[in-house]
Design a protein around this ligand. Structure first.
Ligand code: ZN
Length: 282
């Protein structure tokens, strides 16, 4: 009797172990991915890559941000809404002249209708062809007004679907077809350069944070050799959807200090490096 019990316990234990190694994503789930992660190197031995991005073409990005960034010698990615560029046309032309990247953030910013501001422009009511029009019209506006062709896109509200329920569809493939990089929002992690899908990279907020709060995800990313993409909106005094000017200055100084070994680049620059470097090691 006792022997039978012992056998049963052993059998249960072994099957549990087997289940674990067969079905749970352990460190060796895909050795090829691990190999790729280990062999991926940032240029000049940098520990990590960091991109600063700002969405919606908010006026404070031009009015306050451009001078601050020029002062620190930092270039960022501005994701513009096609139909808002003319509110600061000269400012955005200056941003291009300063070496900043201009990305596409759609024409009219469709998000889920659960956000009151998007109820009459809701992704639930969109089709893929309506999204295609958003993407292509915004590209046409940017190219007409600023003379450049965007290579990167930021999903409005970080949302990547159209339609509802059984008829819902992902619009990630439309982004992959047109852009080098698609960037999300309100994500919680940095991107693994050896593994990430460039069409849906993670974007983490840095609005309403002190410099000390910004440093935490940076240190985490540096430990793992990742690409952290920060997402902000207004630039001014710290608050809801406002990246704090003092914290931003301190962040620029930190990233510019060679001792911290951070590669600070635009979304396009880092996306290009990842694409080329992966092709070289595969
Ligand atoms: Zn937005």
């Amino acid at each position: 009797m006792r022997k039978t019990m012992l056998f049963l316990v052993l059998a249960v234990f072994l099957s549990a172990m087997g289940f674990r190694s067969a079905f749970l994503p352990g460190r060796n789930a895909n050795p090829a991915n691990e190999q790729a992660t280990r062999s991926f190197q940032w240029p000049n031995g940098k520990r990590m890559a960091l991109s600063l991005s700002f969405d919606d073409g908010r006026l404070s990005q031009v009015d306050t941000g451009l001078a601050l960034l020029r002062n620190r010698g930092v270039r960022v990615t501005f994701f513009l809404l096609g139909n808002r560029i003319e509110k600061r046309l000269e400012g955005w032309r200056q941003a291009v002249a300063d070496g900043h990247e201009i990305g596409n953030h759609s024409l009219t910013h469709p998000c889920t209708g659960n956000y009151e501001f998007s109820r009459h422009n809701a992704l639930e009511d969109y089709s893929l062809s309506m999204i295609e029009k958003q993407l292509d019209s915004a590209n046409a506006q940017i190219s007409r007004l600023l003379g450049i062709k965007p290579e990167t896109f930021a999903y409005p509200c970080g949302q990547k679907f159209v339609g509802r329920g059984r008829n819902a569809k992902s619009y990630v493939p439309l982004i992959a077809k047109r852009f080098l990089v698609g960037r999300g929002y309100l994500d919680e992690a940095a991107n693994d350069p050896a593994f990430c899908d460039l069409a849906q990279t993670l974007g983490t907020p840095f609005d309403d944070m002190s410099f000390e709060q910004m440093i935490k995800p940076i240190e985490e990313a540096a430990k793992q050799g990742r690409w952290l993409i920060f997402v902000g909106h207004e630039i001014g005094e710290r608050g809801y959807q406002v990246t704090d000017t003092k914290a931003l200055e301190a962040l620029c100084d930190y990233a510019n200090d060679p001792a911290n070994s951070v590669w600070l680049g635009t979304v396009r620059e880092i996306g290009t490096y990842i694409q080329e470097h992966r092709a070289a090691i595969n």
